[in-house]
Every structure is written in C-alpha cells, then in structure tokens.
Write a protein that binds this ligand. Structure first.
Ligand SMILES: *[C@@H]1O[C@H](CO)[C@@H](O)[C@H](O)[C@H]1NC(C)=O
Ligand SMILES: *[C@@H]1O[C@H](CO)[C@@H](O)[C@H](O)[C@H]1NC(C)=O
Ligand SMILES: [Zn+2]
Length: 399
C-alpha cells in the first residue's frame, strides 16, 4: 500500500493544478509535521489505518491518516469510508420520479427573500471564524460546533412563533471523533406529504481545516460561508412564520474535510432507515467573487442529479439577481456526494466556476477580511436560492 501511495503521490504531484504554493508550503512544514507528535487540543492518530476511495471505479485502499492528509494537501479528493464501508444504494430504491414543476410560489418566496439581510451573516461569521480551527478532531472544533448549536437555538427562540417552535427539533448527530453534525428539522404540516414526497434537505459543512491540520484554519469561505448562508435562510423562514407541508431539514455536517465523514454517516443512517428524502442541496463556499469576473452562481454538473440540478438553475433564474454558470467539481467534492452515493437526489451550488473560486481555502488566509472579493451580498444570493428551493419543494401550508 505504500508503494501504491508513493506512485499515486508522484502522479498527483505531476498532475497537480497550479499546486506549487501548496506543495512548497506542505513540504516546508511537512518534515516537522510528520516527525513531531500531535499537539495538545487534537485527538488524531497519524498512524491509524483509514479506508479511502479516490474515484468511483477504484477499489478502496487502506492508508494511514498521515497519508490521507498528504493526499488531501496534494489536491486529491476522496471518501474516507472507514466508518461507512457501504453499500451503494441503487437509485431504484427512490420514490417514483418527481416532477419539478415551474416555480409557482413567487409571492411567498419573495416576501421571505425581502426580509433576508447580511447583518446576521456578518456577525455569525465573525464569531465562527474566531475559533483557531474548526478541525473535526480538535477541541476548538468541538467548541465551534457547540457555539453553532447554541446560535441556532437562539435564532429559534428569537424568531419562531410558538406554533412553529412546536414543529422544530434541533439535534446533534453524534460522531466518534468529537465534533457532531447538527440537524434542524421543521416538521411539515402534512404527515402524508412528508411520507409520500419526502424531506427536503439543505446542507453545508461546519468544519474547517488547514492543509496541515494543526495550523489555524479560519475557514471563512470553506465553509463558514455556506454555514451562515443557510442559517440566514432559516432565520428568514422563521421570521415569516413559514410552516412547510413536507418536512424540511437543515444539516451542518462535521468532518467534510476528513473525507465527507459526517455527511456519509448521516446519509447512511437515513438510507438504512429508509427515510424518504425528496432531495438534498449542498452549499460549500458561497462568498467569493474573483476580481474581474462576472458575479455568478456556480451549478455543479458532475456527480449530481441532473433533474434536480436543472430545477436549481430555474430557481436561480426566478429568485436570484445574478445568473448561473455550470461548472464541475470532481469526485467526492462535497457533502452532496454522500447523498448521491446513498441513492438520493442531490445537487451542489458553489460561489463561481471551480476555476474562479477562492484559492485561500485550507490556509490561514481563508478570512472574511482578506479581500473585497469576499462578498456578503454574494452569499445573500445563495440564501435567496435556498429559500426558493425550500418553499417550492416543501410547500407552504397556508396555501
Ligand atoms: C405529493 O406531491 C404531489 C405532486 O406535487 C401531489 O400531487 C401530492 O398530493 C403529494 N402528496 C401528498 C400526500 O400530499
Ligand atoms: C419584513 O420586512 C419588512 C420591510 O422591511 C418589515 O416591515 C417586516 O416587518 C418584515 N417582516 C418580518 C417577518 O420580518
Ligand atoms: Zn474544504
């Protein structure tokens, strides 16, 4: 397996896109990193064997945690399937194919959109990026998760009407590594609709990671931006006293940066219990508008459900002030991939084309104040999109 990995790393080095900076940074520090122990505040065994899948048709391979971190530093994407050696659920286990009718709830969606603001996103992200790192195997990663959980409770207490409060449950999906995923559920008004047409899920990942996990990782764009974007969507829906017809869930995953660990655990658990999921949409990086480029919403077209993705394009045209652009992201690119693998429909919206996306991620420079290319107004467009997605798919019970 070491032979396999070293040849794989050579291939990765040779093939790595514009990776000079990342590789230099990594090799400069890697000597120290590889030889020194794990610092206080981290629970990580660099020698632990992990089962990792690098491509859809590849056989999973056992590599050490240290090798996994190096592979990621070299730009490789993967599922870490150590805890979830699945079982790939066939799409045939899905409910009969859903129609995606043209958006027809503009009046409702637009009243919610009119009340979205950047204020909460700014203050929430300021706090969220103040943790030294939100690494999923760190003490501060645990603290940031507890802070987020508490912030969601506060928003619920402040904005939910008494009748709505009754429909809301906030839970931690516990993981063995310490930082838990967070699941917020708004129960739909119609049990039958929830059962027949499924739960509507919007997600983002809460963890951050420096290329060298022990170094600081503010993770403002990756994925603090998605985290506070869907939080603002949630606040806006509550403020408008939104009651869905079908169930709606907001997911904030742990350990995306460890190989989609949190979302795989959640998706696998739903699949095992045969939970009917209508669809899942992921937002990972929603803030960056590269200087000199047109402001756009990136729609990922690989490893996603094509019909759902087309519906998301329609929603951008209907509810956003900027156009969409198609882009590709690769295998195991973000948490939507875990849902796809579990046989559910999923899609992925990102800040721009993959090429124009923020190159500060996984470093100490992934900060909200690094450049005016970091745009809360851009994030707000994704909050609007999420409002449209949720209301158009889960309905509004006052209809
Ligand atoms: C499920 O969705 C379809 C299509 O929108 C609708 O006609 C049907 O009434 C829904 N089922 C329930 C139980 O509400
Ligand atoms: C939405 O915004 C309007 C205009 O700013 C305001 O009058 C209204 O109270 C807001 N509604 C909610 C539910 O926040
Ligand atoms: Zn990342």
């Amino acid at each position: 397996m070491r032979v396999f990995l070293s040849s794989l790393l050579c291939a990765a080095i040779l093939g790595y896109r514009a990776g000079a900076v990342v590789i230099d940074d990594f090799s400069m520090t890697s000597q120290k990193f590889l030889s020194s122990g794990v610092p206080e505040g981290f629970t990580l065994d660099l020698n632990e064997e992990r089962l990792v899948q690098f491509a859809e048709d590849d056989k999973p391979v056992w590599i050490t945690e240290r090798e996994k971190i190096r592979a990621k530093a070299l730009g490789r994407k993967f599922f870490d399937i150590t805890h979830t050696p699945w079982f790939k659920r066939p799409p045939t286990s899905l409910a009969p194919s859903l129609a995606y009718p043209a958006p027809d709830k503009q009046n409702l969606v637009n009243t919610v959109i009119a009340n979205l603001t950047v204020d909460g996103m700014i203050s929430n992200l300021q706090k969220f990026t103040s943790f030294r790192t939100r690494y999923y195997r760190s003490e501060t990663g645990k603290e940031s998760q507890k802070w987020l959980l508490n912030r969601i409770s506060e928003i619920t207490a402040e904005y939910a009407s008494p009748s709505l409060t009754y429909l809301i449950t906030l839970t931690e999906f516990t993981h063995p590594w310490g930082q838990n995923s967070i699941i917020l559920k708004i129960k739909g008004a119609s049990e039958a609709a929830a059962v027949e047409n499924g739960t509507v899920v919007i997600g983002a990942h809460q963890d951050s990671a420096n290329t060298i996990p022990f170094l600081p990782a503010p993770g403002a764009d990756d994925d603090g931006s998605g985290t506070v974007t869907i939080l603002e969507t949630y606040r806006g829906l509550l403020a408008s006293n939104y009651t869905p017809v079908q169930d709606v869930e907001f997911h904030w995953y742990s350990a995306e940066e460890g190989g989609l660990l949190g979302s795989q655990a959640v998706a696998q658990s739903y699949a095992q219990e045969n939970v009917n999921i209508h669809s899942m949409v992921q937002f990972d990086m929603t803030a960056w508008v590269k200087r000199g480029t047109r402001e756009e919403i990136g729609i990922v077209t690989d490893y996603v459900d094509a019909d759902l993705t087309e519906f998301i394009r329609t929603l951008v045209n209907t509810y956003c002030g900027i156009p969409y652009v198609d882009t590709q992201c690769g295998y195991a690119c973000s948490d939507h991939a875990s849902w796809g693998k579990a046989g559910y429909r999923s899609a992925f919206g990102i800040e721009s084309t993959f090429d124009n996306s923020d190159k500060n991620i996984h470093s100490t420079n992934d900060r909200m104040d690094i450049s005016d290319e970091f745009s809360f107004d851009h994030m707000l467009e994704f909050s609007k999109l999420a409002v449209g997605y949720i209301i158009e798919t889960a309905g509004w019970s006052k209809l």
